[in-house]
Write a protein that binds this ligand. Structure first.
Ligand SMILES: [Fe+2]
Length: 270
């Protein structure tokens, strides 16, 4: 291959590039002004209950992989209601098992790990049938317990404060009436499950119960607070006396956290 041939090829290439450039410059249409994006004000959005973060007031639970967070207090910090051994077993064994089982089930469908635990529980029909019940039980177990640990505090108990106190009074007449209804609902939940205070689709407070590890978001309800009435939550100290456990549980209820959940929900609802 001669130098003369290479030079000719190079000149042809340069000429071609120049012609293409000229052609594009001639045909270039004026750039239209991009409309300034206008964010829809929050007040104009319609946000359903099932779009709110649930595990925490401001974020959802990751499934890539699901992880067991530490208890926000010592095992013996809630002795006013729950003994240290129960807390340790409940968190380190039961909650951990839900996390591990969920991760194991999702191994077969790695694309699901891009979704939050809440997103899967809101739309269980979208989960492959062979792992649907496993996700329901263990994703629910992970979510429910993540909420539950935050709803209790060594400094908890006493009368409700803030906005939740007002809403409880408006809805149930008084805190005592609310507590009585909540305890009765928890006592009546046959077998294993949860008792919840939720915000329903009409933005009203309501007491509901769920079986097993179901979370209210599967029914379009937003959990403001809830108590675990599985035997593993109370049996070491209370044996079969669930009513006594339900009654003592109010000694550790974390009202500031419950207010944070209520406020987060209200902000996004308004
Ligand atoms: Fe539990």
């Amino acid at each position: 291959m001669s130098i003369k041939f290479l030079r000719q090829q190079f000149l042809l290439l340069i000429t071609g590039v120049f012609l293409v450039f000229v052609l594009l410059a001639c045909q270039r249409a004026p750039i239209a002004e991009s409309p300034t994006p206008t964010a829809t004000p929050v007040t104009e959005r319609t946000i359903a209950n099932n779009q709110l973060p649930v595990a925490y007031p401001d974020k959802e639970l990751s499934a890539s992989p699901a992880q067991l967070s530490e208890l926000p207090y010592a095992d013996n910090a809630l002795e006013k209601a729950i003994d240290a051994e129960t807390m340790k077993l409940h968190h380190d064994r039961h909650h951990a098992a839900y996390v591990n089982n969920l991760n194991e089930a999702l191994q077969k469908y790695p694309e699901l790990k891009n979704r939050s635990v809440e997103a899967m529980l809101r739309d269980l029909n979208s989960i492959p049938e062979d792992i649907r019940q496993t996700v329901r039980n263990n994703g629910g177990g992970h979510l429910n317990h993540t909420i539950f640990w935050q709803l209790m505090s060594p400094d908890g108990g006493g009368q409700p404060t803030g906005e939740i106190a007002q809403q409880i009074n408006q809805t149930f007449g008084s805190f005592d009436a609310f507590r009585k209804q909540f305890n009765e609902a928890g006592g009546d939940r046959f077998g294993s499950g949860w008792v919840w205070l939720v915000r329903n689709g009409q933005n009203q407070l309501q007491i509901v119960t769920t079986p097993n590890q179901d979370n209210p978001i599967t029914d379009g309800l937003y959990p403001i607070m809830g108590n675990d009435v599985w035997e593993h939550a109370y049996y070491l100290r209370y044996q079969n006396r669930r009513a006594e456990y339900l009654n003592n549980w109010w000694n550790v209820v974390n009202w500031p956290e419950i207010n944070r959940r209520l406020q987060a929900a209200s902000r996004q609802q308004s």
